[in-house]
Design a protein around this ligand. Structure first.
Ligand code: SF4
Length: 352
């Protein structure tokens, strides 16, 4: 990381009040789009780079055929070589188990198709709506509840955005818009700045919430261009990062979080409870501690949504409750995430 020269430091986001320059991006590294384009998309390459036993390849190829592998280098660097049980690898390595179809596992576990009054807009809860701001992700998480989501049917054109925005403008009960995806930050800053400006022109909106994994997967995503539009909006900004294990938070992620906070963004985290990744008190307590060190508050711990292909990650409700009870013994209350499930048709998340 380097410090940007004074000539390049022009925005409130990149110049804190103290006048101290902040680190934005190592210009010797490719930008985030180039890093995204160069992500590993071949299971053979993933296995080779991590020196996995060739016995993992047939299963990886089976899972890849169902939901393609995608792992950027910045994330790969945090995975231990020669360790198939690495908690970060388990989130991205396709397995043959993804082709199993246990009873109760479905393609649209949250029944989002029933709550889509406009293309790219999901309206399930009072006072807030969710926009599918991008169909793309920087990483393909094997447990993703939207791994079968029909993004092509929900990707609005600029003209269709007008219809979507009119829906929000016509409903004064709404005060918050959630940008989701895919990963909303996979969109260009030009597109996001346009959308942010359109949203802030709607008087009854107060908050812009962004659910994303990109600042964790490719920390260089938090660059000066992104900080510009984030700093400029009148809307209160909340970013919900999706981090499941303490090892995902390296120095670059901590620095990206610092930049976001300097741009006035409140940082929260939601995790998914995943077998073999974070289903222990030690993993969950280390995650909460590391989140707080990075300036992020733990928010939700979701049980797995029953999406086809992800059953091998399931932790039973009984195990989840026992884990959280034990976690309460070792963490202060403000570091305790709320254990919840998303139940289709409910007006909010359901505490377990
Ligand atoms: S980043 Fe989020 S939306 Fe994308 S694959 Fe991972 S969990 Fe799913």
């Amino acid at each position: 990381m380097i410090t940007r020269s004074p000539a390049n430091v022009q925005t409130p986001s990149s110049m804190p009040e103290s006048g101290r320059r902040i680190v934005v991006h190592d210009e010797a590294r490719p930008g985030w789009q180039a890093q995204l384009a160069a992500a590993i998309r071949d299971p053979r390459e993933l296995c080779r780079r991590l020196n996995l036993d060739p016995g993992w390849l047939p299963g990886a190829s089976t899972g890849h055929a169902l939901f393609e592998v995608r792992v950027p280098e910045a994330y790969l660097a945090r995975i231990r070589v020669n360790d198939p049980q690495d908690p970060l690898l388990r989130q991205v390595l396709p397995l043959a188990a993804e082709s199993e179809t246990p009873i109760g596992y479905v393609q649209d576990p949250l029944q989002e198709a029933e709550h889509t009054p406009r293309r790219g807009l999901i309206h399930k809860y009072a006072s807030r709506v969710l926009l599918i701001a991008s169909p793309a992700c920087a990483i393909n998480c094997r447990y993703c509840f939207r791994r079968h989501f029909p993004y092509q049917e929900n990707a609005p054109s600029r003209a269709q955005w007008d219809d979507t925005l009119a829906y929000i403008r016509d409903d004064p009960s709404l005060n918050e818009v959630i940008l989701s995806g895919g990963d909303p930050l996979a969109s260009s800053d030009r597109q996001l700045a346009w959308l942010s400006q359109r949203l802030e022109s709607i008087a009854h909106l107060k908050r812009l919430r962004i659910h994303t994994r990109l600042p964790v997967v490719i920390p260089d995503r938090v660059d000066a261009s992104m900080l510009d539009w984030l700093s400029a909006t009148r809307l209160q900004k909340v970013m919900v990062l999706h981090i499941n294990h303490a090892n995902e938070i390296d120095t670059a992620v901590v620095e990206a979080c610092a930049r976001l906070k300097q741009a006035g963004v409140t940082l929260l985290n939601q995790s998914v409870l995943l077998r073999g990744v974070n289903d222990s008190v030690s993993a969950l307590s280390a995650l909460s501690e590391r989140l707080f060190e990075a300036g992020i508050l733990p928010y939700y711990l979701h049980v797995l949504d029953p999406v086809t292909g992800a059953a091998h990650f399931d932790v039973t409700d009984e195990e989840a409750r026992a884990l959280v009870a034990d976690l309460r013994e070792v963490l202060p209350g403000f570091l305790m995430p709320r254990l919840v499930r998303e139940v289709p048709g409910e007006a909010s998340k359901t505490p377990l």
